[in-house]
Write a protein that binds this ligand. Structure first.
Ligand code: DMJ
Length: 486
């Protein structure tokens, strides 16, 4: 096996001026990143802004943001109805998750002072050395990614230092592993690791953040860890070029035999193969994406009632396992397929989800693809449908994807807006406003993703490079934030 190398390292290259750091934009670092496959991200920047819709979207974001500020500032997440707080990573520990999640959305929406306040909090209060065992996957995509996006937005050196501190404390999950497959949890203070069965999403969803961190610091350890983990998983593919769901970290053996792509918990493994490949010009990752995606399309794509879905199969034989069901979390795949060159399949898969939206204005967490009935009625304020609409709009320039996203937005506003922000639902089929339906949480990702995709589609903001910009699985603008910090 060859050691992974970091393409075009930026060792020692300052990303930003440290003078007037808060007022300095991100151009240097972002512009230096190479898009090996930029053709897949076609420009839709010429699309005109719809200022009325953009204003509606921003108003809703700020409604949620005010709820968080009033009730839970400095804590991870807000419970808007009970007006209480929720620790996301570990009970009794806060990382100010919603602050980190909201930072680059606020920047993109032109809320510079609020974004600066987020940076101030991160600098003063986000303790990366807490005696807490955290899930590495979530800490990377939310915290490392969020703080890095804050750095890309503001150029504040403290943001890069904080992202690096966090990553350094997460790295033992990779380096302590005999196979390179990461342990799922690490204690940030002691470095003790645990969790020796890792899902594919936990294995691969770090290459964008660690790749950027390696670029910005010139320290290849982060990206090397990512690629080693990816290689360990890819090398265990079946003769059909399919993967299972989770691997034993210490033995490298599969813990199961089902390929459930594009559902969780494998979803962003595939997403990051393509996205990190594009971000970093890493053709190895791009090649792995193509091989695995061709196999998923060959063995898992299935037409049900004329709609395109993906069924779970045995990864060794390709044999179908159980009825065709799909998680809402898989809806992002419509956009990923398009970005990776399978535009027709991406559009067809998006249309399948739109058929569910025709029945349930708030998408349920999982559906039976034959009946389109929910098999999990909860509505967790998920962003995946809007994410796919954004990607397909960028790929095609077609307005129908913006219209679909707007419809999704208005349903969310009608059914999930509450006085203290936005709330998850126990049951998307309950009557609008039924008190028992509310599950009382604004997830951190709502601040990072849901309204960012809408805002980017309708605002034509000069703060985002629509041609080359890249968002992580958590919606963090790791590439393409523009230096119009005013
Ligand atoms: C987010 O944390 C990310 O989008 C992740 O990749 C999947 N799940 C949530 C949102 O639903």
């Amino acid at each position: 096996m060859t050691a992974p190398t970091l393409p075009l390292p930026l060792a020692g290259r300052p990303a930003h001026s440290t003078r007037r750091a808060v007022l300095t934009g991100a151009g240097g670092a972002a512009a230096a990143l190479v898009l090996a496959t930029a053709a897949s991200v076609r420009s839709a920047a010429s699309a005109s802004a719809d200022t009325r819709v953009a204003a509606e979207v921003k108003a809703e974001f700020l409604h949620g943001w005010r709820g968080y500020q009033d009730i839970a500032w400095g804590y991870d997440e807000v419970r808007p109805i009970s007006r209480t707080r929720h620790d996301f990573f570990a009970a009794g520990h806060t990382f100010g998750l919603s602050i980190v999640e909201a930072l680059d959305t606020l920047f993109l929406m032109g809320e510079s002072a609020e974004a600066a306040r987020c940076c101030d909090w991160i600098e003063a209060h986000l303790d990366p050395a807490q005696d807490a065992s955290v899930q590495v996957f979530e800490a990377v995509i939310r915290l490392v990614g969020g703080v890095l996006a804050g750095y890309q937005a503001t150029g504040r050196p403290a943001m890069l230092r904080r992202a690096r501190e966090l990553a350094d404390r997460l790295l033992p999950a990779f380096t302590a592993s005999p196979t390179g497959l990461p342990y799922t949890h690490v204690n940030l203070r002691t470095g003790a690791v645990h969790g020796d069965v890792a899902t594919l999403a936990e294995i691969g969803s770090n290459a964008m953040e660690f790749g950027l961190l390696s670029r910005l610091t010139g320290d290849s350890r982060y990206y090397d860890a990512s690629v080693r983990a990816y290689r360990a998983a890819f090398s265990r593919r079946s003769s059909l070029d399919l993967l299972g769901t989770s691997l034993h970290v210490e033995t490298g053996r599969w813990a199961d035999t089902a390929s459930v792509a594009p559902d969780a918990p494998v979803d962003s493994f595939y997403e990051y193969l393509w996205m990190a490949g594009a971000q970093l010009g890493d053709r190895t990752l791009t090649g792995w994406y193509r091989a695995l995606t061709a196999a998923i399309l060959r063995h898992q794509a299935v037409r049900v009632g004329g709609r395109l879905w993906f069924r779970a199969v045995d990864f060794r034989t390709g044999r179908a396992r159980g009825p065709v069901r799909q998680q809402e979390l898989g809806a992002f795949y419509a956009g990923l397929l398009a970005k990776g060159g399978a535009l027709d399949e991406g559009v067809a898969y998006f249309d399948a989800w739109t058929a569910v939206l025709d029945r349930f204005p708030v998408l349920p967490e999982a559906v039976d693809c034959t009946t389109l009935e929910p098999v999990d009625r909860s509505g967790l304020l998920r962003p995946e449908y809007a994410n796919a609409a954004f990607d397909l709009w960028r790929a095609t320039g077609q307005d129908r994807f913006r219209s679909a996203a707007y419809r999704w937005f208005t349903a969310m506003r009608e059914r999930q807006r509450v006085p203290g922000g936005y709330s998850t639902l126990h049951d998307v089929t309950a009557p609008v406003g039924a008190a028992h339906a509310y599950a009382d949480l604004t997830p951190g990702y709502w601040f990072a993703e849901n309204l960012k995709y809408l805002w980017l589609m309708f605002s034509a903001t000069p703060r985002f490079d629509y041609r080359a910009g890249l968002l992580s699985t958590e919606g963090k603008a790791l590439v393409g934030l523009r230096s119009t910090w005013v």
